[in-house]
Design a protein around this ligand. Structure first.
Ligand SMILES: Cc1cc2nc3c(=O)[nH]c(=O)nc-3n(C[C@H](O)[C@H](O)[C@H](O)COP(=O)(O)O)c2cc1C
Length: 217
């Protein structure tokens, strides 16, 4: 479970230890690893196999800083609400506070990640079909594949979306065309801390048998 070696990390070990890794070293990541992470993303499904995902690998320090300024502004907008929320299911207040400290750390150091991968879609199908619930559905599976690939390579990553609070400004910084949208920014880098198991609500508490509310066992 503790191994970072790609050759040793089995799929379920990766799945069970892919957590939000928000404290990253600024050390650069080899380009072939970034390519491998994106290649894993491209193995994901997309509606009609149109593969309209696009990825912007942001390494430029000035662009990263401009994104961080907006990410921090968005944090300041929402942090009071986050603090007032109860802890996530099954988590203690202490665990929630540790998570918030990590969230704040990432916010303050967003631009220090060696790479920010901005995950985009061209002509999101959900708009064409008028199905709001499908928004981003053809890029988020790719993002999850990328998180798992990062884990297998010993890289830390987090799926973040808070930049969307300042979407228009972000689009301008990244010079997105009108038919493209961003859905996530994944800061990627070598983690400062160690990987560990994720903790989630047990299967039987979130799963029903045959109909809503019926116990699953
Ligand atoms: C839709 C979505 C949006 C998220 N946005 C952010 C974000 O903006 N910033 C952040 O630090 N984490 C973000 N996260 C990460 C979650 O907070 C994280 O997955 C959750 O707290 C569980 O953490 P764990 O995997 O380390 O247990 C997001 C996750 C999802 C699925």
């Amino acid at each position: 479970m503790e191994s970072n070696s790609p050759s040793e990390l089995a799929l379920f070990d990766a799945i069970f230890t892919t957590r939000a890794m928000r404290r990253l070293k600024p050390d650069p990541i080899p380009d072939d690893l970034i390519g491998k992470v994106i290649e894993a993303g491209l193995c994901a499904p997309s509606g009609g196999d149109v593969q309209h995902w696009r990825f912007i690998v942001v390494k430029d320090a000035r662009i990263k800083l401009r994104l961080q300024v907006l990410y921090k502004r968005a944090f300041d907008d929402v942090i009071q609400r986050y603090r007032a929320n109860p802890p996530p299911p099954g988590k203690t207040l202490a665990q929630k506070n540790r998570m918030l400290a990590a969230v704040e750390y990432l916010t303050d150091h967003f631009h220090e990640a060696p790479v920010l991968i901005v995950c985009c879609l061209l002509d999101d199908l959900s708009k064409k079909l008028g199905l709001e619930k499908m928004s981003g559905a053809s890029v988020y599976p790719a993002v999850q594949n990328m998180l798992l690939a990062a884990r297998a390579l010993g890289l830390g990553a987090t799926l973040t979306t808070r930049h969307l609070i300042y979407e228009a400004e972000v689009n301008e910084i990244l010079q997105l065309p009108a038919n493209a949208e961003t859905f996530a920014i994944v800061p990627l880098g070598y983690p400062m801390g160690r990987f560990g198991p994720v903790s989630r609500t047990p299967v039987e508490e979130v799963t029903f048998l045959d109909r809503w509310g019926a116990e699953y066992r």
